[in-house]
Design a protein around this ligand. Structure first.
Ligand SMILES: NC(=O)C1=CN([C@@H]2O[C@H](COP(=O)(O)OP(=O)(O)OC[C@H]3O[C@@H](n4cnc5c(N)ncnc54)[C@H](OP(=O)(O)O)[C@@H]3O)[C@@H](O)[C@H]2O)C=CC1
Ligand SMILES: O=C(O)C1=N[C@H](C(=O)O)C[C@H](O)C1
Length: 232
């Protein structure tokens, strides 16, 4: 596959390493300073850039009929608009707040647990995410997906980083070089039930993005990692 990397930071570099080990070619590394892109050389675009850059990068690829794998978080207020551009151009797209196999299993576990907690009014849920200090967005995209998983089954209306009634509280911590730790806790007066995922590095995110890129070639439509991994 001829891959274009939109964003050549921590994730872009990790994806390059794993892509090469799977015999793919990196034909473009697009960063803030890039002035020209030769779209004719690209089979698939992988975007791990910034909240401000993602929408433009993704929709420009759709307009050039290039399938897109998007891992950038913090830009989802423009998600519906991006989907419209994708559909207009009969494109192919996967966005995931987290591409690792482990977190996608954790997403399923989170939904299953929230279903089990239905009717147990003595428990309240809260979430915590811990990431490195360079992270631009908070809460993490993964924490937002976890909160959305809980609201499917329990009587909460979204999430909050403060203390609002009916919303799931999310605490965001920024520490050193932490690649990503997420936990979901159900608290009662007598006990806590807690599930946790801890990434040891960025390899799992990068491998998942490449597996998604391999999978999307030749397909048209909007997909998720559930389609790619066939889990749940
Ligand atoms: N879905 C998932 O599994 C994961 C998602 N992420 C998300 O991916 C994103 C990137 O993370 P990470 O690699 O750690 O961040 P980095 O800051 O290390 O890298 C982002 C890169 O994007 C570049 N950039 C800035 N503007 C543009 C532009 N217009 N076009 C292309 N690139 C641009 C930055 O360049 P410069 O430094 O010059 O500004 C930088 O090199 C974040 O949103 C993060 O939350 C991260 C890990 C896993
Ligand atoms: O910025 C990061 O590093 C990460 N971002 C994603 C998120 O916001 O959930 C995924 C992962 O946790 C690492």
């Amino acid at each position: 596959m001829r891959i274009a990397l939109f964003g050549y930071g921590k994730m872009g570099k990790m994806i390059e390493e794993i892509a090469k080990s799977r015999n793919h070619n990196i034909v473009a590394k697009i960063d803030l300073d890039t002035t020209e892109i030769d779209y004719s050389q690209i089979d698939v675009a992988i975007d791990f850039s910034t909240p401000d850059a993602a929408f433009g990068n993704i929709t420009n690829c759709f307009k050039k009929n290039i399938p897109v794998i998007s891992g950038t978080t913090g830009w989802l207020q423009q998600y519906d608009e991006a989907i419209a551009v994708c559909k207009e151009n009969k494109g192919a797209f996967i966005y995931a707040s987290n591409f690792s196999l482990g977190v996608n299993i954790f997403f399923e576990l989170n939904e299953y647990l929230s279903k089990m907690m239905q009717g147990l009014e003595q428990y309240t849920v809260h979430m915590e995410e811990i990431h490195h200090t360079q992270k631009l967005d908070a809460p993490s995209g993964t924490a937002i997906t976890l909160a959305e998983g809980v609201t499917k089954n329990l009587d909460y209306e979204g999430w909050t980083m403060g203390n609002e009634p009916k919303k799931i509280p999310i605490t965001s911590k920024r520490e050193g070089n932490v690649p990503g730790t997420h936990s979901v806790t159900y608290h009662s007066a007598v006990d806590d039930i807690k599930i946790k995922h801890k990434a040891h590095g960025r390899e799992g995110f990068a491998l998942g993005a490449i597996v998604a890129a391999e999978w999307i070639i030749g397909r048209t439509g909007i997909f998720t990692m559930k389609d790619v991994l066939n889990i749940g």
